[in-house]
Design a protein around this ligand. Sequence first.
Ligand SMILES: C[S@@+](CC[C@H](N)C(=O)[O-])C[C@H]1O[C@@H](n2cnc3c(N)ncnc32)[C@H](O)[C@@H]1O
Length: 216
Amino acid sequence: MPDRYYMNPKSAARYERDMGRLRDTIEDIPFYVELARDAASRGEPVLELGCGTGRVTIPMAQTGAAVTGLDSSPAMLAIAKTKADGAGVTVHWVEGDMADFDLAERFGLVVIPFRSFLHLISAQEQTGCLQSIHRHLITSGMLALNFYVSPEGGTGSARASQVYRSMRLRNVSRGEMEGLFDAAGFEVEALYGWFDGQEFGPDSSELVWLARRTST
Ligand SMILES: C[S@@+](CC[C@H](N)C(=O)[O-])C[C@H]1O[C@@H](n2cnc3c(N)ncnc32)[C@H](O)[C@@H]1O
């Protein structure tokens, strides 16, 4: 079920105001932009899920990629549209639920930046999201996403959730995510510990995944 927090126009405006102040909302942009540039060079469209106010969506579209941004919050999408129009950038904005969506297009790249995947608060929704992505990727298409290392760490974190402001997030451990990928037909191509491509290790605070759609 989409998070209600972002439905509130005041929350959307606060989100937009706070973005760009944190290291993790600055250093992720080049990572996703380069992936979008590669997709554009192959003529493959790009889909961002939980695109919010277009923080990553708009720079990706500026590479020349044909970008679709999907979000459940009309308030977040309204800000994104205004920003894109102001920048003269074309993005296809879609209001929808990333747990279960059906678009009349297939993509070479799907991205879920800034932990939006954790807004899916049950294993069922997270699995539904990965299955929806699988249906929308071309053969060998790529999924890129990131989320933080669960405060609990280890394997028990799959059951835990936490509340940030009034949002509920479902934590996912590395091991659980590997299982979710496998079950939904993805192969993990890389797991980084940050957006500069450093290898994931015990001191990493972020899980940055690249997963490829397998043929089945
Ligand atoms: C942390 S924000 C990230 C926004 C943007 N990707 C960024 O990096 O700035 C999470 C976004 O996910 C959206 N969201 C939450 N649950 C969703 C769902 N089930 N389907 C689609 N979007 C969802 C929220 O509306 C919000 O815009």
